[in-house]
Design a protein around this ligand. Structure first.
Ligand SMILES: C[S@@+](CC[C@H](N)C(=O)[O-])C[C@H]1O[C@@H](n2cnc3c(N)ncnc32)[C@H](O)[C@@H]1O
Length: 233
């Protein structure tokens, strides 16, 4: 178990943005609404995952729980995993308000969550994997692969960098974020690239393939965003 290894990367230590802070968690949904519609995103991802009522779904880096709550309407059981207790408490409250009783919230992460339930039909993770350095991303993806049933699906969406002109793409993304949400989103974007671990798109593709996934579709948009639709080989 990685959790017991003293030299395992400490994924509970917040890097960059502090998602353990109540102030950050309280403004998360409203600040993200300036540049994305999280609920519509969740519904469209779920449409494409084509879940069955008996399916189990795991959401890594569940944050404020929007995806997990939407998934709970479409399948038997959802596991919402996050290293921030503050995020999990917030998500749990939202789930109660939404009447979603089939979500298990777990205070663990990519490297430390042990899945004891039935193998998952799908795993989703949005804007979370970049919290791990690349070597540990590889380990995390191997662990996710083992939690899926054969043919199970992985949806991964995160900030990734193109090989060509990455610095220009970052600069233009920072400007777009500032236009959408002023100083808050500018600082958020700058801090992302300064302090967190987003990697190159070709490294992400290699990590996925080597972890045992077939990458069925890739979508790169906005210069620094990558979406990967994968199947467990
Ligand atoms: C930017 S938020 C994304 C939340 C949500 N998935 C969304 O799309 O809005 C990143 C989340 O990942 C969590 N996180 C950071 N490192 C993690 C790890 N190693 N394992 C699981 N979650 C992690 C943070 O606590 C935070 O809640």
């Amino acid at each position: 178990m990685l959790y017991d290894i003293s030299w395992c990367y400490d994924e509970f230590k917040q890097i960059g943005k502090d998602y353990g802070s109540a102030e950050e968690v309280d403004v998360y949904d409203s600040s993200h609404a300036d540049f994305r519609d999280i609920r519509a995103e969740a519904e469209s991802v779920l449409d494409r995952l084509e879940l069955q009522p008996e399916d189990v779904v795991i959401d890594f880096g569940a944050g404020t729980g929007t995806f997990a709550i939407a998934a709970a309407n479409r399948c038997a059981e959802v596991y919402a995993i996050d290293v921030s207790r503050t995020m999990l408490d917030h998500a749990r409250e939202k789930a109660v308000e939404a009447g979603a009783a089939n979500i298990t919230f777990v205070h663990r992460g990519f490297l430390t969550y042990e899945h004891a339930g039935p193998p998952a039909a799908a795993i989703a993770t949005t804007f979370a994997l970049h919290h791990l350095p690349d070597f540990w991303k590889g380990i995390a993806l191997q662990r996710l692969h083992a939690m899926l049933k054969p043919g199970g699906k992985l949806y991964l969406h995160d900030v990734v960098l193109p090989e060509q002109r990455p610095l220009e793409q970052i600069a233009s993304f920072v400007q777009e974020q500032a236009a959408a949400g002023g100083d808050f989103l500018r600082d958020d974007a700058e801090g992302h690239f300064r302090d967190e671990f987003s990697t190159y798109d070709w490294i992400m593709e290699g990590l996925l393939e080597r972890a045992g996934f077939r990458v069925e579709a890739v979508d790169y948009r906005g210069g620094v965003m990558g979406t990967y639709w994968c199947v467990r080989r």
